[in-house]
Each structure stands twice: as C-alpha cells, then as structure tokens.
Design a protein around this ligand. Structure first.
Ligand SMILES: [Zn+2]
Length: 358
C-alpha cells in the first residue's frame, strides 16, 4: 500500500498536479515511516512459495523436516521497489536512497541462496530497466554498490570456490543432526586421508541413511552380507577419483547457470556502467577485487541512519521558510501560504499510520 502511494505521489509531481517540493516532503515523510520494515520480502504483496512437489525418500522425512513455506515477492512488487529507488534519486533524496540500498544489501546477505532466482535476480533486472528508462547516471552511485554487492554475494554463496583436488583419500564430511552416531563414524572415514574403503554394520534404515548421505558424490556404495556365511548386512563404501570429477562438474554447472542469469539481467540493465571496475570479474562468475567495489555504508552509520532521516534539503528553486505545527501527536512541516497542502499532508500521514497498524 505504502509503495503504491509513493509511486502515485511521484506521478503527481511529474504530471504537475503536485509541486516538486510538496512531492519531496510527502515522499520523504512516508519513506521514514516505512524504512524500518523495508525489504523485498516484507510489506506489500507477497505470495507463499510452493514446496517442491516431489516424494522425499523415506529416510529424509525422518531426519529432515520439510522446508518451511517461504515468502516470495510478486513481480509487481519487485517492479514497484525498483521504481521507488529511481524516484528517490530523481527527487534528490540521497540519504533515503542510501538507507534503502543498505537495507537491500543486508537483506541479500540474509536471504537463502536458493531464493535469489525468485527475489534478487529479477529485482536487479527490473531495477536496471527502470534506471535505463529514467536515464539515471549510475557510475560511482549507490546503485553501483547495490549491483556489485548483490551479484558478488550470489557468486560467493552459490558458485563458491572450486572444489579442492584431494591428493590423498580425504573427502568432505557430511552434515546431520548432532547426535547421529552413524554419521559421526561416516565422517571419521571420510576425513581419514589413508583409508579408501570401510564397511558399516547396522539395520536397513541406518544403512539407507548413510548411503543417502554419500549419494551423488561418486563414492561407491554397496549393501551386502558382511561375511559370505553370515546373515548380517553391511554398507560397503569405497572412495575413488570420480568424486573429484563430479564435484568439479557440479561447480562448473553452477558457474554456467549464474553467468546465464547475469546475461539475462544484462538484457535490461547497463551492467558495464553498473558494475564499473568489477564488471569483468562478476560477469564471468568470479569475485572482484575489493578495491573495485563501491562502498555501501552499513545500516545505522552516520552516512545512513534509517530511523532518523533528515528532511529533504533545498533543490532547484529556493525554499520558503518552514514553521512547525503540531496537531495532536503529529508534527508536520508547513509552508506558507499553502495551508491546504499542509492539511493534505496531515490527512495522508493519518491514513498511512492507520495502514501501518495492519
Ligand atoms: Zn546421520
């Protein structure tokens, strides 16, 4: 609701039904109200992500509960937030823009990497298109910092570093619940640089659990009798070189997927300007050097104080002196002689505060 209201205020200033100064006053006031809860996945219209419609193997339901539903923003919301950032820039609200961008950069760090394709990647594409539409200069801007940080966060967490090429039989360990003794033994075997093969005795479900833990890694797994003459079954695991090939191929595939996603963003956004000196590294799916990155101030610093934003400064025409009037608990700026506009602001603030209660 708040975002669509702000977009309407901006449009009113563009078509001339509201003066640019009035638009900035209202816009910045509403912005201060919404900043604490601002984010791609909070406020406004979001939809519940559908859980994958696949039958989980038996062991998985025992050890891993199904994932919780995830809130994903609609395309409309993504486009609205992109427009909102551009309007901040066009109205000269630099500190508001800086606060919004810090919030988004922080949100990107907290967002699960699997959620990027439905959140931050389409958002960057929409923002790139919006910046182009308004012909906004992006080099050395806060927008450059946002694109660089979100895209390098994705590279760091999704593609990751190339898998190690082990020169002995050491293999990466698995994760499980803390008191799983079977995985403890499995990890001892995986981390042992001198041991190529081992067998694990246990009931069928425990053997299945361990086999599932190494599935897809290239480690050979076979369940058979421990001794030809006995009745006890064991899981036999053997490390081999395929493990390294599989890890390498999976890493290359993640890199290719990421480069495709970035090319899709570039179809709408001028990434060369938006990524600046970090362009060549990021577009090829590698982390850029720190000195190529535009600084994004963390939330709460003096350069970016989300909850104590100043009123907008003078821009373009000389502003008239402002006196403060107090109506109940609301303090609003009033510019003589336009009393009707001040009252208009009061009504709008009242309506918004009511909405914020819901
Ligand atoms: Zn386990």
């Amino acid at each position: 609701m708040t975002i669509s209201f702000q977009l309407a205020i901006f449009e009113a200033s563009v078509d001339g039904s509201l003066s640019p100064d009035a638009a900035r006053d209202i816009f910045s006031g509403v912005m201060s109200e919404m900043l604490p809860d601002f984010g791609l996945r909070s406020l406004g219209s979001v939809t519940l992500e559908q859980p994958p419609n696949e039958e989980l193997p038996k062991w998985k339901s025992k050890w891993h509960p199904p994932p919780l539903p995830v809130m994903v923003p609609t395309l409309q919301r993504i486009t609205d937030i992109a427009s909102l950032l551009c309007h901040c820039q066009l109205l000269g609200l630099d500190q508001h823009l800086s606060a919004l961008i810090s919030k988004l950069a922080t949100e990107a760090k907290m967002t699960g990497v699997g959620d990027f394709p439905s959140t931050f990647l389409p958002f960057l594409k929409a923002l790139g298109a919006s910046l182009r539409k308004w012909n906004i200069e992006v080099q050395h801007s806060a927008f450059q910092g946002l694109f660089q940080h979100v895209m390098s966060t994705y590279i760091e967490r999704y593609i990751q570093q190339p898998p190690p090429i082990f020169k002995d039989w050491t293999r990466e360990t698995v994760t499980c619940k803390p008191d799983c003794k079977d995985c403890e033994k499995l990890n001892e075997f995986l981390a042992n640089p001198h041991k190529q093969a081992a067998d694990f005795l246990g009931g069928a479900s425990r053997r299945d659990h361990l086999q599932a833990q190494v599935a897809g890694t290239g480690i050979e797994a076979e369940q058979r009798r421990k001794y030809a003459s006995g009745s006890a079954y064991a899981l036999f695991l053997t490390k081999n070189q395929r493990y390294i090939e599989i890890g390498r191929k999976a890493w290359e595939k993640r890199g290719e997927e990421t480069r495709n996603s970035f090319r899709d963003i570039e179809s709408e956004a001028n990434l060369k300007a938006l990524l600046g000196d970090a362009y060549a590294a990021i577009i090829s799916g590698t982390l850029p050097e720190q000195r190529a990155m535009h600084y994004v101030p963390p939330l709460g610093t003096s350069a970016n104080t989300a909850n104590r934003l100043p009123p907008p400064g003078p821009r373009g025409i000389k502003r008239k002196s402002v006196e403060m009037i107090v109506i109940d608990d609301w303090v609003v700026g009033k510019q003589e002689p336009s009393l009707s506009r001040s009252l208009f602001c009061c009504v709008l603030f009242g309506v918004l505060s009511l909405f914020s209660l819901y």
